[in-house]
Ligand binder design. Structure first.
Ligand code: AHG
Ligand code: MN
Ligand code: MN
Length: 337
């Protein structure tokens, strides 16, 4: 018997504080947790179970899918379609929304997810993750449409991610702070190990893919250049840099010890008519919710991500998030003089 609080116990106890809660939401979260445990198992066993490599297919965004992208997507669907809590799902790996099939009851929630984040890291055995967001379905959910998903991030009921790293973790917010759980592989339960996670307001660490530097806009160039100038520069301090190429791992580091993560707008994406790299509904919004709930900030550069009105399911946005004072500084650099 473990001594800690399991994620199931934690969710049930949280729900007891919500007047009129039916238990629907608790069961939905439990199904999401189960899906992440299955994905964790697949990721951990890697080549032993033949899940590495390419699936030789493309998703709606023109990215080549890895076998694990496709498998993780299927795991999420199978774990979450049957219980009657959802009206529909949407994922990075599906062109259109997935209304709950007629053989199952439809519920009042919507689930969006990035089944495997950082998939370029799978084959090289570096941390990957899963990101999810839960919304209420307007109109009750009997006939869900794409339009129902186009809600500002401020409307999210819950958001979380699973990180498949040296240990598997689940980090969760329901709008009442952020809590982190570690998977105890022996008993198959996530145990509360990181209660009330808080992002330090100041940091000396930034994360950005520097190979894109020549395409960045002036405010981001200025910010990064000032970090690089270190003690002798305007910041008067040396900065450290990290780039894992898994947003989940990046956000987790920031929740643990502070930092700034940037995937900003650049001229290469602009030329392709792309609004950014990361997807609003299942990457930027859930991560922004978590980061803000932990005391950090999250912006496109010019505005708060959670207030954006989504225009399409797979919309992309620039993302700058992390330690509050640094994010505010970067916001300031984007203001016209
Ligand atoms: P995904 O694997 O779901 O497509 O997302 C990858 C994302 C994000 O996790 C990461 O921060 C970024 O793309 C990495 O991009 P680069 O390869 O351009 O560095
Ligand atoms: Mn992703
Ligand atoms: Mn993905």
């Amino acid at each position: 018997m473990h001594n800690g609080t399991s994620i199931t116990q934690f969710i049930i106890e949280e729900q007891r504080h919500i007047a009129g809660a039916t238990g629907d939401f608790t069961s939905l979260l439990n199904d999401v947790v189960t899906a992440c445990k299955v994905i964790s198992h697949l990721v951990n066993h890697g080549a032993l179970v033949g899940v590495l490599g390419s699936a030789d297919t493309e998703n709606v965004q023109g990215e080549t899918q890895k076998k694990l992208d496709v498998l993780s997507n299927e795991v999420f669907i199978k774990s979450n379609e049957w219980a009657g809590h959802l009206a529909a799902m949407a994922s990075e790996e599906m062109d259109d929304i997935y209304p709950i099939p007629r053989q199952y009851p439809r519920g009042k929630y919507l689930l969006t997810f990035d089944p495997l984040d950082g998939s370029s890291n799978i084959d090289v055995n570096v941390s990957v993750g899963t990101i999810f967001s839960i919304l209420r379905c307007p109109g009750g959910g009997a006939e869900p449409s794409e339009r129902d998903f186009l809600q500002a991030g401020t409307q999210q009921v819950a958001a979380g991610y699973a990180l498949y790293g040296p240990s598997t973790m689940m980090v969760l917010t329901t709008g009442n702070g952020v809590n982190g759980f570690t998977l105890d592989q022996n008993i198959g339960e996530f145990i509360l190990t990181h209660p009330r996670m808080q992002i330090p307001a100041d940091t000396r660490e930034f994360a950005i893919n520097m190979s894109n530097m020549r395409f960045w806009e002036p405010p981001v160039r200025r910010y990064v250049q000032e970090c690089l100038d270190g003690k002798e520069g305007p910041r008067g301090e040396d900065f450290n840099m990290r780039w894992i190429a898994s947003m989940v791992a990046e956000v987790h580091r920031i929740l643990t010890r502070g930092g700034v993560f940037m995937y900003p707008m650049d001229s290469k994406m602009q030329a392709k008519g792309q609004g950014g790299k990361l997807r609003l509904l299942y990457e930027a919004n859930p991560m922004s919710f978590i980061v803000e709930q932990a005391g950090g900030g999250s912006i496109t550069g010019r505005e708060r991500i959670l207030e954006l009105q989504p225009e399409s399911l797979h919309q992309r946005v620039p993302v700058i998030l992390g330690s509050k004072n640094e994010v505010e500084r970067i916001l300031g650099y984007h203001q016209p003089d």
